[in-house]
Design a protein around this ligand. Structure first.
Ligand code: AMP
Ligand code: ZN
Length: 115
C-alpha cells in the first residue's frame, strides 16, 4: 500500500483525526477506533513499514525502543492490572492495515486467554 493512501500514515500526518495519547519522533500511540477491550491502543511506527514480516536484525534498536515505551504508556493510561500486546502480520493473521503496529489491550475483558 502506498503511504499516500495508508490510514495510519494519514493519522501521523494529522490528515485524519485520532485520539493521540503519545507521540515522539519515531512512534505514535492512539486509541483504536473499534476497541475490543476497555483499553485498546495502537502503538505505530511513524515510518511506513508493512509489518513484522518486513523487519530484520538491523531493526533491533528502534524495535527495542518501541517495545520499551509500552510500560510507560500502560501506566499513563491507567491499566495497572496487566495488558496484552498483539501484532498481526500478513494475510493469515487478518492484518487490515499494512503499517506496522502493536495492539496494546487492557482491562477486565482480558480475562479470557487467547494464547
Ligand atoms: P490490524 O488488523 O492488526 O491491521 O488492525 C487494524 C486496527 O486499526 C483495527 O483494530 C481497527 O479498528 C483500527 N483502525 C482502523 N482505522 C482506524 C482509525 N482511523 N483510527 C483508529 N483505529 C483505526
Ligand atoms: Zn502507512
Amino acid at each position: 500500500m502506498m503511504t499516500e493512501t495508508c490510514i495510519f500514515c494519514k493519522i501521523i500526518k494529522k490528515d485524519l483525526p485520532a485520539i493521540i495519547v503519545f507521540e515522539n519522533e519515531e512512534f505514535i500511540v492512539f486509541h483504536d477506533k473499534n476497541p475490543i477491550s476497555e483499553l485498546h491502543l495502537l502503538l505505530v511506527t511513524k515510518k511506513h513499514i508493512e509489518s513484522l514480516q518486513s523487519i530484520s536484525i538491523n531493526d533491533s534498536e528502534w524495535l527495542g525502543r518501541m517495545i520499551a515505551l509500552i510500560p510507560e504508556i500502560i501506566i499513563q493510561n491507567g491499566c495497572k492490572n496487566g495488558f496484552r500486546v498483539i501484532s498481526n502480520a500478513g494475510t493469515n493473521s487478518g492484518q487490515e492495515i499494512p503499517h506496522l503496529h502493536f495492539h496494546i489491550i487492557g482491562g477486565n475483558s482480558l480475562h479470557k486467554k487467547i494464547l
